[in-house]
Design a protein around this ligand. Structure first.
Ligand code: GLU
Length: 303
């Protein structure tokens, strides 16, 4: 399939709508991003990369990082991870406290904030320097060094009252083992990772390769774990819009409030779209449109 003309066309068709949606403002450092940016990049299972628009501009990956931390925790903790975290869509906002009380401090899934904080706790226990381990894994996957944006991490730490509440709440149920500050330090830093669409398309290519590293073929996660990551992305990866994403796009996706969305076509390719303006569900407005166009143009879907 000729991917370059398809993504060029998608970028051109959405040019007039650049700037649509609302940039996340609850993290002050994100509010300053130019909303009129749009990028798309795709990486095939055999490593060919195609890109259009602002595909090389680094942005705050935010919740997309939950994918990498989960992959790392699957590797280090294995199935014991699921004693602390569920696998069901939440049907609640990504930062909700209510469900956590009903369910005794066990988050519904690893992609809501409480779930990712519980994953971070497992990583703090499993790795002597979890921040460095995560950074090394993501850098290795995309083939070049990546970095935390310390300004964004500090901005989140200064305003992340709800995440601080979620972590303390889980700790009160005995579901977090480590000091809340240490767990949140990892969580805020992973969210602050700055990466471009090209880097993210490369770094998620292991998900379209049954867990094999995109560059050296080593095992990032097992085939079964890669399948499970994709299943969780499809059912829980896009906040309260996972049903809509499955309906309109039909691919496992993970979004972040920085406006990025990664999507996987198992056994074929991974792709990343980015545009900072969000819709009411917190997903990138143009990103979702771009993915819908891509699925329609290519016929690629898991269904
Ligand atoms: N760092 C953000 C938060 O914890 C991540 C939100 C997101 O991208 O969904 O609120």
């Amino acid at each position: 399939m000729e991917f370059q003309p398809i993504i060029d066309d998608i970028a051109a068709s959405l040019a007039a709508e650049r700037g649509a949606g609302r940039v996340a403002t609850y993290i002050p450092a994100l509010a300053r991003v130019d909303p009129a940016q749009f990028g798309i990049a795709l990486c095939t299972g055999d490593g060919q990369v195609f890109a259009a628009g602002d595909a090389d501009v680094p942005f705050s990956i935010q919740s997309i990082s939950k994918l990498f931390s989960l992959a790392l925790a699957m590797r280090h903790v294995g199935d014991a991870l699921w004693q602390r975290i569920g696998r069901e869509p939440s049907g609640n906002p990504f930062n909700s406290l209510v469900q956590l009380e009903w369910e005794q401090g066990v988050p519904r899934n690893p992609f809501i904030n409480a779930g990712a904080i519980a994953v971070a706790d497992r990583l703090v226990s499993a790795c002597p320097d979890a921040r460095a381990t995560l950074l090394a894994m993501v850098g290795s996957l995309c083939g070049e060094a990546v970095a935390f944006d310390e300004e964004v991490a500090a901005s989140e730490a200064a305003t992340g009252f709800r995440n601080i509440a979620l972590a303390n709440f889980m700790r009160s149920f005995g579901k977090i083992d480590n000091a809340v500050d240490a767990v949140l330090d990892l969580y805020f830093h992973q969210c602050s990772l700055a990466m471009s669409c090209v880097q993210l398309a490369r770094a998620t290519a292991f998900l379209c390769r049954d867990g094999a590293h995109p560059l050296d073929g080593s095992t990032v996660v097992s085939e079964r774990q890669a399948r499970r990551l994709n299943a969780l992305m499809l059912t829980c990866g896009t906040y309260d819009a996972a049903g809509e994403f499955a309906f309109r796009i039909g691919l496992p996706c993970k979004s972040g409030v920085g406006g990025g969305i990664v999507a996987v076509v198992p056994d074929r390719l991974s792709l990343c779209v980015w545009s900072p303006g969000l819709d009411d569900t917190g997903n990138s407005l143009l990103g979702m449109k771009a993915l819908e166009m891509f699925a329609a143009r290519t016929g690629l879907s898991v269904f």
